[in-house]
Design a protein around this ligand. Structure first.
Ligand SMILES: [Fe+2]
Ligand SMILES: [Fe+2]
Length: 282
């Protein structure tokens, strides 16, 4: 019978074969109306370029927080995830500069004190298992957000008539995100099933106090994220970003609390982002 690990190993191998990092010379950076395009989507590209480039810091965070990751995780980070994401970042950053905007302002090497403390505790195996679960949950929410954002951005770019950007920048990037999401979802489901009741309790508690939207580490970035949500129209036409991003998290962590369709900390974080953006604009 195929185990969860077998499934993950096969998934990572397939991603490695089917999705090599996007070569820079495959991209056509032709933009017909750089000023108009920059005015509409420049801040979105800026946000996404930063988050993608910060994968290098994420890798540092993982090695701090999880001193002994499983082999399949190491392979995913080294052979699939980091090489693909860094290329997304470099391509988006170059596009920004084609539009006459400054390159992304990234934080590539600052691992916060909280994570360092978690990393020390994680030398205790049962605690590392809690940290791993938190990391998979973050990965799931982040990659699901990326899938949604690139789909909406792709539609928006097509609307502007910037064919080259839609076809050679956004479309290839958006094809690589669902595989990342699938990795974190498979990992989260498999790992959750192995945790003891006290570990699950700790995961729920720590997740509730630490959840943040992707790429948000401070108040400015919270408002930036709110602006991205507004421009992409994530909550238009009855879509609910929080429900979509947290669907599996809700099912795994909170299924026993019937009634709430979305964890309240997720809804609150997204609402605060929109409020921060509006307050800044006013
Ligand atoms: Fe990406
Ligand atoms: Fe990704």
């Amino acid at each position: 019978m195929q185990t969860d690990t077998d499934r993950l190993v096969a998934h990572v191998a397939r991603l490695g074969e089917e999705h090599p990092p996007i070569p820079m010379d495959s991209v056509d950076f032709t933009v017909n109306d750089p000023a108009g395009f920059g005015a509409r989507f420049g801040h979105v590209l800026d946000y996404m370029a930063r988050v993608e480039l910060e994968v290098d810091r994420n890798v540092l965070e993982i090695s701090t927080m999880l001193p002994n990751p499983p082999e399949v995780d190491k392979r995913f980070y080294a052979e699939v995830w980091q090489p693909q994401e860094i290329q997304h970042g470099l391509i988006l950053d170059r596009l920004q500069q084609v539009l006459g905007r400054p390159p992304a302002d990234t934080d590539l090497d600052h691992v916060g004190l909280k994570l360092k403390v978690l990393g020390l505790l994680a030398h205790l195996e049962p605690f590392q298992d809690v940290c791993r679960m938190l990391y998979y949950l973050t990965g799931m929410a982040t990659e699901r957000s990326a899938v949604i954002a690139y789909n909406l951005l792709h539609n928006g770019v097509i609307e502007t008539g910037e064919q080259a950007v839609a076809e050679t920048v956004i479309a290839p990037i958006k094809r690589q995100e669902p595989g990342h999401y699938a990795f974190y979802q498979l990992s989260a489901r498999a790992h959750w099933a192995t945790l003891a009741a006290w570990q699950k309790w700790l995961v729920r508690h720590m997740r509730r106090i630490s959840f943040a939207p992707v790429g948000v580490n401070n108040v400015k970035q919270l408002a930036d994220f709110g602006d991205v949500m507004e421009t992409l129209g994530v909550d238009h036409e009855g879509r609910d970003l929080a429900a979509d991003v947290a669907r599996v998290e809700q099912e795994l962590l909170w299924a026993r609390d019937r009634g709430l369709p979305v964890p309240d900390y997720v809804t609150r974080a997204f609402r605060e982002a929109v409020e921060a953006a509006r307050a800044r604009a006013a």
